[in-house]
Design a protein. Structure first.
Length: 334
């Protein structure tokens, strides 16, 4: 399925703004990346108490009316649940199995540029809302008062589980934590192991190609983003031990480095470049870049070592596995 670049960038802009405003100075007692979230015990009324980024929350043991907050759609669908609504942050390549997108494609979207649509959430009458909350790249920072207030408003509507993720790369483990809460932890752990096994195999089989090349993952709309190792795609490349282009290799605070089109020569040292591609083979990023002389003059582009990847923004291990499989095919051609 094809999505406009504006839709993609709008979703990413919301994610990045949430990341930027998620923290305040202080300590965090709930761990990082949602790894501490788990069902604690079944209560006398049949509910289950789970740990979240904002403390313990009692949720139904068998939720039937689930709203998928940011990052919650994939764990919900893979657990066999069709959400009442989503944050609108899900695309077909958000799923390891793209056919799973059919379950959420036409659902209402309850996250707007101004925040959550609380009135619509009340009307939906959910019995559980689940997703992640972005906490910046420093796990020692306490979540901001704005985020706490947002959680309290959501939790007043229905039991709300928000799993903390510190940096976009941490969303994969937050997805595992959500799956465990939704009763699908075994499958999520299997997906994680499949990803880790594939990474190990590719690192071994293509050690020479990985060590002898320099890699950059880029996107383009109004400017160019070169993604860092704390981003979605950047974390996959880092897991593979793929050396990053000089302009971004030391970036550990932001998802990427922004360049103007005139500054694309700053990734001249990249011998392999990846860019986002839709599952139908189209790429808005490539369409934008191909009109730039600075793109066509890049050594990687001249050598035909620029490759499109679907699942470019994986926030779960099923999608991340699809990325590694495609990178493997690219390495075969080097």
């Amino acid at each position: 399925m094809n999505f406009t670049p504006r839709a993609r960038w709008a979703a990413l802009a919301l994610s990045l703004s949430l990341l930027a405003t998620g923290c305040a100075a202080g300590s965090n007692a709930n761990g990082e990346n949602g790894t501490s979230a788990a069902a604690a015990a079944q209560n006398a009324d049949g509910s289950v108490t789970v740990d979240t980024a904002f403390g313990q929350v009692s949720i139904p043991s068998d939720p039937q009316r689930v709203v998928a907050l940011e990052g919650g759609a994939v764990p919900a669908v893979e657990a066999g649940l069709t959400p009442l609504a989503t944050a609108g942050d899900t695309f077909d390549d958000s799923f390891g199995n793209v056919a799973d997108y059919d379950a959420v494609e036409n659902l209402p979207k309850i996250l707007t540029p101004d925040g959550w649509d609380y009135e619509q959430l009340v009307e939906l009458k959910p019995d559980l809302m689940i997703g992640f909350v972005r906490g910046g790249d420093d796990a020692s920072q306490e979540l901001s008062s704005e985020k706490k207030a947002e959680f309290e408003k959501l939790n007043a509507i229905a039991p709300t589980v928000l799993i903390r993720t510190n940096g976009s790369a941490g969303t994969r483990d937050a997805s595992v934590a959500m799956a465990e809460i939704l009763g699908n932890g075994e499958q999520a752990q299997e997906q994680k192991k499949a990803y880790e096994d594939k990474v190990a195999q590719v690192k071994s089989d293509y050690a020479q190609q990985l060590s002898q090349n320099t890699f950059a993952a880029v996107d383009a709309y109004e400017d160019v983003t070169v993604y860092s190792k704390i981003s979605w795609i950047g974390k996959v490349l880092d897991d593979l031990g793929a050396p990053a282009a000089e302009v971004v290799k030391n970036e550990e605070a932001e998802n990427g480095v922004f360049l103007s089109f005139e500054q694309l020569s700053k990734i001249d040292d990249a011998t392999v470049v990846f860019y986002p591609q839709y599952t139908d083979g189209a790429s808005d990023a490539l369409d934008t870049l191909e009109g730039q002389a600075t793109w066509t003059s890049l050594p990687a582009v001249k050598d035909k070592h620029a490759f499109g990847l679907t699942h470019f923004f994986p926030d779960n291990y099923g999608a991340a596995l699809r990325v590694v499989e495609q990178i493997e095919e690219s390495l075969k051609s080097l």
